[in-house]
Design a protein around this ligand. Structure first.
Ligand SMILES: *[C@@H]1O[C@H](CO)[C@@H](O)[C@H](O)[C@H]1NC(C)=O
Ligand SMILES: *[C@@H]1O[C@H](CO)[C@@H](O)[C@H](O)[C@H]1NC(C)=O
Ligand SMILES: *[C@@H]1O[C@H](CO)[C@@H](O)[C@H](O)[C@H]1NC(C)=O
Ligand SMILES: *[C@@H]1O[C@H](CO)[C@@H](O)[C@H](O)[C@H]1NC(C)=O
Ligand SMILES: *[C@@H]1O[C@H](CO)[C@@H](O)[C@H](O)[C@H]1NC(C)=O
Ligand SMILES: *[C@@H]1O[C@H](CO)[C@@H](O)[C@H](O)[C@H]1NC(C)=O
Ligand SMILES: *[C@@H]1O[C@H](CO)[C@@H](O)[C@H](O)[C@H]1NC(C)=O
Ligand SMILES: *[C@@H]1O[C@H](CO)[C@@H](O)[C@H](O)[C@H]1NC(C)=O
Ligand SMILES: *[C@@H]1O[C@H](CO)[C@@H](O)[C@H](O)[C@H]1NC(C)=O
Length: 896
């Protein structure tokens, strides 16, 4: 009996064991085969088919109970292409991330069979066609991200089955139809983004009614109807972005119930009525942007209760009345933009006392006061825009206190008196000084010549008299001038920016003479038809070919020469040879505009050779977020670095003249640690920016390639000098109010002495995110460097730059990449470093031991620099130091 029961037990055990074995091995073989097939189909790097432990392969996580079922597959950012249908055979998948690859074609219907799936991210690929309704079978799905593809059609109603969905992101596709009502019924919905599509119809009236919606972003669609009352029903909303639609109706009174709302962006719609007083209940409000609507009534003083308010943009509406004096309480206010309304009254002195105010734009209203004497007593004002009002009285001497101003616009007002010499104290004035269309009299002060950074000066249409002072030659950065329609007399000083200007800049002054006006000063023989005649004809030709661009004469000449040579060559080759050469030529892009900013390089640079160079893949030196860079050998022996902007930036091509101006300005932005453009070429569908070539490559290459080289010598002092140089370059940019959009070690070039040069600065000017919603989402910077707040604010800020810089500094200290599998799931360099104390690791375990173990003093300096990097990468933007402070801290390290 005992024997029998023993036998039985053994038997049962054996059966059980073998079944488990069998079950396991079935799954085992199954997922292994599938994974191997996927690896083959997609050529996944690092998947070594010769080792059977596929659970340890890159991006694969299996169940923890030894059954080797693939539970997570993360192939994000591998640049893969191929057919992903096979993945649907991994029946145990809970997490699938295929984002940031080059997958094309339809999303496989078979993904609907992945019944365990909770997370599906297919964003940033080239998937096309409709969203398969089969995805609606994924009942357990919590996050669905299909953004940045080419998906068409409507959101299928079958997705109503996704009842556990928390995050739903479909931005930047070609989706149309209306946004289905059932989305508002998803009780777990937290984040919903569908911006940059072609959605029509209403914003669902129940959105936010049944769920704790925190982020709603639907900008750049064709949505109509009103902003639904429901969005604040539960009061969880933090970010509301509906910019660039066709929304009508009023801003609902219920908005005041959104107690956590920090950002409201509803500009570029057709909203009407007033801003409800309940806006004052939203104490967390930091960003209110409602420009280009038909909002009316007075600006409610209740905004002053939103003590965190940083930006208030009400431009291009129908507001009337005055600016409430209460706004003086807004200690955090940085930008107040109310241009293009019907506001009147005095320039609000209380607002000028807001200690963080950076930009005050009152232009194009009916402000009818005078310029207050305390205009710049306390403020950090950089932009003061008062043009097109009816401001009276004289310009006070105290204008000289505005030493931080970058731009001063006072044109088209009723200003009287003379221009005070104190205007020369505004040493930072760079962008523009516009005093045109007023009633100013007297002479131009000599002290204007001290404005050596100023690019554009316009004093036209006043009653100014006397000579144009020779001292204006001190304005070394001038590009645009306008002295026309005054009472100036005497010779125009011989000064390149004057002579390069069109004669219209000097017309309407009866006694002004000399170049560029036709006719010498009292010497009719100097009358030179030729120069003038050429200028005109170049202009006419350019207007025809360059769609009416106002480009400088020098540009025109380059273009014409280029086109003429191109034509001659083509003709010669056509005559000489067969079809091949003709094909080759016709595929070569036609230049629309081009220029070299540095005079002594004009001879050395050949646009033809530039174009030839970018057609060869072997010349490619790196691929950045916004551009691809090529090395180009000039026939003159000079070597250029040519940056080809990616085609997504068509906006740039649409704004050529603006872009050319920006480039001209940037080419004058001289700092030791900035790489500035030396020229450009604009073609039909591509923009090329020319820079000097730096043989030592990028900081990424220096850190991550050379340190693996056996001959590598650890060199902390060089690294610290690089870190300090980059910080200085960025501090300078911030000083001139430029935010860099893509700080990364890949965008730091090293010259032959390893002096760092921050590059891609021009991208920041050309893709200014504050000027149009369309480009906002495109501007994200490089992976691993993007500040955490960007995900919600979609705004790159100075503190955001500091964060990205902090990542670069950590890279320098650790010799690790910002994103690395080795850190573990969802952990990047920043999290890894900040998490060291929690893991019980000392700073020494973080720093690159190849450097920190060389000497006690190196180690000490590295620890000090690590402290700076930790401050820079603080999660809270406000806690990060300013770039200038970072420079000081790093210099202290070097000096001590
Ligand atoms: C795998 O094994 C095959 C033959 O055994 C060999 O030719 C191949 O190089 C190996 N591949 C790798 C990645 O080791
Ligand atoms: C292993 O875990 C998965 C899910 O976690 C489960 O479905 C499977 O049955 C488990 N296998 C074994 C052998 O316990
Ligand atoms: C991928 O392969 C499946 C069969 O495995 C096929 O039905 C499907 O059309 C393919 N998809 C693409 C985009 O080629
Ligand atoms: C999904 O699974 C079912 C049942 O196994 C099968 O009949 C169907 O063909 C699968 N669908 C796709 C699109 O592969
Ligand atoms: C896709 O969306 C999910 C959920 O909101 C998010 O966690 C993920 O980071 C997004 N993917 C990318 C590449 O941004
Ligand atoms: C959404 O929920 C409401 C209330 O529960 C219900 O009346 C309505 O039919 C639902 N709408 C859809 C499209 O499911
Ligand atoms: C204002 O901003 C600060 C810093 O971000 C934050 O701590 C505080 O809670 C905010 N105030 C309100 C009323 O939301
Ligand atoms: C301001 O606008 C409101 C609404 O458009 C109008 O009723 C009111 O009369 C206007 N006030 C002034 C002073 O123009
Ligand atoms: C400014 O304009 C307003 C509205 O037209 C008018 O009431 C006021 O008297 C004017 N102020 C001055 C100083 O002219």
């Amino acid at each position: 009996m005992a024997h029998l029961s023993y036998m039985l037990t053994v038997f049962i055990l054996v059966v059980l064991l073998s079944r488990i074995q069998l079950g396991n091995s079935q799954l085992f073989f199954h997922d292994q085969e599938v994974v191997e097939a996927i690896g083959k189909e997609l050529s996944v790097p690092g998947w070594d088919v010769n080792t059977t432990d596929y659970c340890s392969w890159n991006g694969i996580v299996c169940t923890s109970n030894n059954s080797m079922v693939v539970e997570r597959l993360d192939l994000s950012g591998f640049r893969l292409q191929g057919n992903v249908t096979l993945i649907s055979e991994l029946k145990g998948l809970k997490w699938l991330d295929l984002s940031n690859n080059n997958f094309q074609g339809s999303i496989p219907l078979a993904f609907g069979n992945l019944s365990e799936l909770q997370y599906l991210d297919l964003s940033f690929n080239k998937f096309g066609n409709c969203i398969p309704s089969e995805l609606g079978m994924l009942r357990g799905l919590k996050a669905l991200n299909l953004s940045k593809n080419s998906l068409t059609g409507a959101i299928p109603d079958e997705l109503i089955g996704l009842e556990n969905l928390q995050d739903f992101q479909v931005f930047s596709n070609k989706l149309n139809g209306s946004i289905p009502l059932w989305i508002g019924n998803l009780t777990s919905l937290n984040v919903f983004t569908g911006y940059e599509n072609q959605f029509t119809g209403n914003v669902p009236v129940n959105l936010g009614l049944y769920s704790e919606l925190t982020l709603l972003n639907l900008h750049s669609n064709q949505l109509e109807g009103g902003i639904p009352e429901s969005i604040c029903a539960n009061g969880y909303l933090e970010f509301l972005v509906l910019t660039q639609n066709k929304l009508t109706g009023t801003i609902p009174e219920s908005i005041g119930r959104c107690k956590r709302l920090s950002s409201i962006r509803i500009g570029n719609n057709k909203l009407s009525g007033g801003v409800p007083k309940s806006i004052g209940n939203i104490s967390s409000l930091t960003y209110f942007e409602a420009d280009s609507n038909s909002l009316s009534g007075e600006i409610v003083p209740e905004f002053a209760k939103c003590s965190n308010l940083t930006l208030l943009n009400l431009a291009s509406n129908e507001f009337n009345g005055t600016i409430p004096a209460e706004f003086g309480k807004l200690n955090n206010l940085q930008e107040l933009i109310v241009s293009g309304n019907n506001l009147y009254g005095e320039i609000p002195t209380s607002v000028l006392r807001c200690k963080n105010l950076n930009k005050l734009d009152l232009s194009n209203n009916m402000f009818n006061g005078t310029i207050p004497v305390d205009i710049c007593n306390t403020s950090r004002l950089q932009y003061l825009l008062l043009g097109e009002n009816v401001i009276r009285g004289e310009i006070p001497l105290e204008i000289g206190n505005c030493v931080k101003l970058l731009e001063l616009e006072m044109g088209s007002n009723e200003l009287t008196g003379s221009i005070p010499p104190e205007i020369g104290h505004m040493k930072n004035l760079q962008i523009s000084l516009n005093l045109s269309h007023n009633r100013l009299r007297g002479k131009l002060p000599q002290d204007l010549g001290k404005l050596d950074k100023l690019v554009s000066l316009d004093v036209s249409d006043n009653q100014l008299s006397g000579n144009i002072p020779l001292a204006l030659k001190g304005m070394q950065s001038l590009i645009e001038v306008d002295f026309s329609s005054n009472e100036f007399t005497g010779p125009i000083p011989a000064f390149a920016p004057f002579q390069k200007s069109p004669n219209s800049s000097f017309l309407g002054n009866k006694d002004l003479c000399g170049d560029p006006l036709s006719g010498g000063c009292g010497d009719l023989n100097g009358y030179d038809h030729n120069i003038y005649g050429h200028k005109v004809s170049y202009r006419i030709v350019l207007t025809v070919i360059g769609s009416g661009l106002a480009v400088f004469v020098s540009v025109t000449v380059v273009v014409l020469l280029f086109m003429m040579r191109e034509k001659q060559e083509k003709a010669a080759k056509e005559a000489a040879a067969g079809n091949n050469t003709i094909d080759e030529i016709s595929s070569r892009p036609v230049i629309l505009a081009g220029n070299i900013f540095v005079d002594n390089l004009k001879q050395a640079i050949d646009f033809d050779a530039v174009v030839k160079a970018i057609m060869k893949d072997s010349n490619k030196t790196c691929v950045g977020t916004f551009s691809t860079v090529y090395k180009a050998d000039m026939p003159s022996g000079m070597i250029l670095s040519v940056k080809k902007l990616k085609s997504m930036d068509r906006t740039i091509i649409h704004h050529q003249s603006k872009m050319i101006r920006e480039l001209e300005k940037l080419s004058k932005l001289v700092h030791d640690n900035l790489s500035r453009p030396i020229g450009f070429g604009i073609y039909e569908d591509v923009v090329l920016l020319l820079h000097e070539y730096h043989a030592n490559g990028t900081l990424t290459q220096y850190l991550h390639n050379s340190s693996q080289n056996p001959e590598y010598k650890p060199d902390w002092p060089t690294r610290l000098a690089i870190a300090t140089g980059v910080a200085e370059g960025l501090a300078f940019l911030h000083h001139v109010a430029i935010i860099h959009l893509d700080i990364s070690s890949g965008n730091v070039l090293l010259d032959s002495n390893f002096k760092p040069l921050v590059s891609e600065v021009e991208i920041s000017r050309l893709l200014d995110p504050s000027r149009g919603t369309a480009s906002i989402s495109a501007v994200a910077g490089s992976f691993g460097y993007i500040p955490p707040e960007y995900a919600y604010t979609m705004q790159v800020t100075a503190p955001g730059n500091v964060y990205s810089y902090g990542v670069v500094l950590l890279e320098i200290l650790t010799t690790r990449l910002p994103v690395d599998e080795a850190f573990g799931e969802g952990i990047d360099l920043v999290k890894w470093v900040h998490g060291a104390p929690a893991r019980g690791e000392t700073p020494e375990q973080i720093l690159d031991a190849k450097l920190s173990t060389i000497s006690f003093s190196w180690r000490k300096e590295m620890l000090a620099a690590l402290k700076v990097a930790l401050l820079c990468t603080d999660m809270t933007p406000a806690k990060r130091p300013k770039m200038k402070k970072v420079v000081e801290m790093l210099k202290e390290i070097t000096e001590s």
